[in-house]
Design a protein around this ligand. Structure first.
Ligand code: KOT
Length: 831
């Protein structure tokens, strides 16, 4: 088939973009910011000068957007999230302003490479992984789709730690991302809010209104100062706001204070403000009940809710109509104190009755569940909660009391219902239960995940209030993960399907299907993949000093390190392959590079041991002359959004091998698919829907189903030692964990991993069914290796993955949230 060149639409050029003006202004910025010229400035300084100029392009659109919202009295969604994993801003802002190529040309004329300038920007890593990156994709899609949103979060001083690998071990290095300032942010001290902690509640009789008044006294207060970061929509002049809060002491420490009480109070308030926003908790899918974490939660929630109410009241007098203009979307349970905080404002500050306040609150709050991992469930000890938030705790008690009356009415004498659904239970505040009781919507993040919530995890809630439950399968933004991350493929897609409209309408990418059997197109597609593999090889050479063969299969597992994600299954299989190849040097095997990237939570021992194991296996395999480079293992240090873009573009095989039922959705799986990698995975999370879209013949599926896993779990697990006894290959690799093969003779280094399969010191043996799924995984990997050797078949499969990724745009996800939950209206912005 021939390319339809006439109808190729070039990217709309940014209105008013003038290359010469831009160039002059960048040079002026260098002078005014740093007193430098192009000859004397560092690359970092040039980045700053360029970024400030880009901010200038954004500002008019930003003003125009907020003006349009105001004129139309728009409804906003407040996306409340402890995490926004934004990555770098410069490249994506240029893309969405539709002047990336123009700016690249300007820089080239100045003798600069835009990639090098982009590399100067630190990632904004205010998140752990999937949950935080989803929030970032969502606010970008909201902007692109002309919907009003405030992303509300925390301006952590230190984001996700930087990972270094020393002698195969992970070392965490603080991420001082604000070191050189953030050229895109704007401080908004005029919107400062006060947040109160601790103290006690006094009750006063209000004779006039014939009711009690609750007065919070003896507290410590801290100022929340917002910084706004622009979120630019694609080619539509929309600029929404990510508002992240910094903590400042209320009054500067006052040395002149003589009064001892004041003095101590001033010191304490200063200390409180000092550490609240210091650091992001680096836990993914894990709850650690630290007081500081609860402080962070209430801090940003209280500031955000107060601000939302204040803004509403600027133009409206009737708070009963708040739900017409405001929706608070809770990104997991972390911001659930939104519920009692909104109640507090309506009751104590606005003087409403309980029923009125509850009616409003329950129409404003909606909750997204992201995980069923038991260790991620937030359950705050009551004593801690009530000490830190005494008034909020009273309100939680009342919400719980009234809810339990309802439960009792609906299910008389069924104590099991109270046990599963109570908000306050056994000395704990159960945040998920509060979010479900108070929210008008509860959603899971992939079809299977939502089904598991309804049928199992939240069964009692689903039975009592089925109308609240709904599914919103996750998505990703193609602007970052194709247009920016893989420019070669992006241009090729545009050329092939004859339009660049896929940039805002991803299902159009289905047009590629017409080329699936076209030999020339297959060749072009694989040529682009090859170039991207070269780019990644160069990155790996520069960062890891390892040579990888761009002709080998790139088999990639990049994601947070967690036992349920089973990086261990992957590396055990590499050990198995290594043994096979040693025993049979002539075996039929297409050279493969096994690429890993993963951060382990700082306190997660097993995860850190797994990183060490991967690096130890890499050391042995990569340096064994018998292997002749046919198996390579690479651990990419400091996996993060910016290098992820390079990795996805270069991947052939996408490892999505979680124990079925454990991965709520996954979003990396979608980024690989979009970039033409083929999924090797279990029927878990959104993999199920990926296979449905692309067809089972274009993916490699293995392992137990979620039903099987859950059935075993209900019976207390299975017996891995039987497999160990009966399968000599598995026996061998487990023994190699403790015979020194991969540890320079050290028999203790991987003992705990070994024990986890056969003799765990606590918990079930092989909790995540690694041995149970091993044979099926090995067989699937063999099918992958064979399939790759048929170049035409592989090219077709890969292309069909890209072609069928349309469903997984976050634009689709957002339209579903808008339709079913938020009910926002599109706002047009003209300059
Ligand atoms: C839970 C507690 C703390 C920090 C993060 C989490 C968390 C992360 N819970 N779920 N996630 C992931 O969320 C993604 C976005 O929905 C999912 O794709 C992924 O499967 C979850 O593991």
């Amino acid at each position: 088939m021939e390319t339809n060149t006439e109808t190729v639409v070039k990217n709309p050029t940014a209105i008013g973009f003038d290359k010469e003006v831009f160039k002059k202004n960048v040079l002026d910025n260098l002078k005014s910011l740093f007193r430098k010229t192009m000859e004397t400035a560092s690359q970092q300084e040039i980045f700053q000068a360029v970024a400030f100029e880009v901010k200038d392009l954004i500002i008019d659109r930003w003003l125009a957007t907020q003006k349009a919202y105001k004129e139309q009295d728009a409804k906003y969604v407040y996306y409340l999230s402890m995490e926004f994993l934004m990555g770098r801003a410069l490249g994506n802002n240029l893309i969405n302003l539709c002047c990336y190529d123009e700016v690249a040309e300007v820089l080239e004329e100045l003798g600069l490479d835009i990639n090098v300038i982009e590399d100067q920007e630190p990632d904004a890593a205010l998140g752990n992984g999937g949950l935080g990156r989803l929030a970032a994709c969502f606010i970008e899609s909201l902007s692109t789709l002309n919907y009003p949103v405030y992303g509300c979060g925390i301006r952590y001083k230190y984001g996700m730690f930087k990972q270094e690998i020393h002698d195969g071990y992970q070392v965490e290095v603080p991420d001082n991302w604000l070191e050189n300032g953030n050229p895109f942010e704007i401080k908004r001290p005029e919107y400062t809010q006060t947040v109160k902690f601790g103290g006690y509640v006094r009750i006063e009789w209000d004779a006039e209104r014939q009711r009690n008044r609750f007065i919070h006294d003896g507290y410590q207060a801290v100022n929340a100062v917002p910084y706004d970061i622009p979120v630019v929509g694609y080619g539509n002049n929309v600029v929404n706001v990510l508002r992240i809060w910094d903590a400042q002491p209320i009054q500067e420490f006052n040395l002149a204070s003589f009064d001892k009480g004041d003095y101590l109070q001033a010191v304490e308030q200063e200390n409180l403000a000092k550490n609240i926003v210091d650091v992001l908790y680096p836990n993914d899918n894990h709850y650690s009940g630290k007081e500081l974490r609860l402080k962070q939660q209430y801090f940003f929630v209280s500031a955000s809710v107060q601000q939302a109410i204040r803004k509403y009241k600027e133009t409206h007098s009737d708070l009963h109509k708040l739900p017409e203009k405001v929706c608070f979307q809770l990104n997991d349970t972390h911001p659930t104190v939104t519920v009692p905080e909104l109640m507090r404002i309506l009751l104590d500050e606005e003087g409403m009755e309980w029923d009125e306040a509850w009616d409003i609150t329950t129409k404003c709050c909606a909750y997204t569940n992201h995980t069923i991992m038991a260790e991620a469930l937030e359950k705050w000890p009551v004593d801690l909660f009530m000490r830190l938030l005494p008034r909020i705790y009273q309100i939680v008690q009342e919400i719980n009391r009234r809810f339990l009356i309802e439960v009792e009415e609906r299910y008389p004498n069924q104590y099991n219902k109270i046990r599963s659904m109570a908000i306050l239970y056994e000395g704990q505040v159960r945040m998920a239960n509060m979010a479900i009781v108070a929210g008008f919507s509860v959603n899971g993040v992939a079809r299977l995940h939502t089904e598991i919530l309804e049928k199992r995890e939240l069964r009692d809630f689903y039975e009592m209030m089925p109308e609240k439950f709904n599914n919103k399968t996750n998505g990703i933004t193609q602007r970052r993960f194709l247009l920016h991350g893989n420019p070669l493929l992006a241009s090729w897609v545009t050329e092939k399907i004859g339009t660049d409209k896929w940039i805002t309408d991803l299902p159009l990418i289905k047009g590629l299907e017409a080329y699936a059997d076209d030999t020339k197109a297959q060749q072009e597609f694989m040529d682009i993949k090859y170039k991207n593999k070269l780019r990644l090889a160069k990155y790996i050479k520069e960062h890891n000093h390892i040579d990888v063969d761009p002709n080998s299969i790139y088999d990639v597992q990049v994601k947070r390190l967690h036992e349920y994600k089973r990086q261990l299954l992957n590396i055990l299989h590499v050990m198995y392959l290594y043994n096979q190849m040693k025993a049979n040097p002539q075996m039929d095997f297409y050279p493969t590079t096994f690429i890993f990237g993963a951060k382990a939570a700082a306190g997660y021992k097993r995860a850190k041991e797994t990183i060490k194991l991967i690096n130890s296996v890499a050391d042995v395999v990569n340096n064994d002359p018998d292997i002749r480079g046919r198996i390579k293992v690479v651990f990419i240090e400091n996996y993060r959004v910016s290098n992820a873009e390079i990795i996805f573009a270069a991947s052939d095989v996408s490892e999505q091998i979680s124990t079925a039922s454990k991965e709520a959705s996954g979003t990396g799986n979608m980024k690989f698919m979009l970039n033409g990698a083929v999924t090797l995975g279990t029927m878990d999370g959104a993999n199920v829907e990926i296979v449905e879209e692309v067809g089972a013949e274009n993916a490699f599926i293995f392992g137990m189903s979620s039903e099987e896993v859950m059935a075993y779990e209900a019976n207390g697990g299975y017996h891995p030692e039987e497999i160990y006894r009966n399968d000599p290959d598995i026996h061998r690799i487990l023994d190699q964990l403790v015979d020194g093969t991969f540890s320079h003779g050290d028999r203790e280094m991987f003992r705990e991993i070994y024990n986890s399969f056969l003799a765990p010191s606590y918990g079930r043996a092989d909790q995540y069914f690694i041995l149970k799924d091993f044979r099926s995984y090995a067989e699937a990997r063999e099918r992958v290796n064979k399939a790759y050797q048929d170049k035409a078949r592989w090219a077709k499969m890969a292309m069909l993955n890209t072609a069928n990724s349309g469903k997984f745009t976050s634009d689709r996800t957002i339209e579903e949230y808008v339709r079913d939950i938020w009910h926002l209206k599109k706002v047009q912005v003209t300059l």
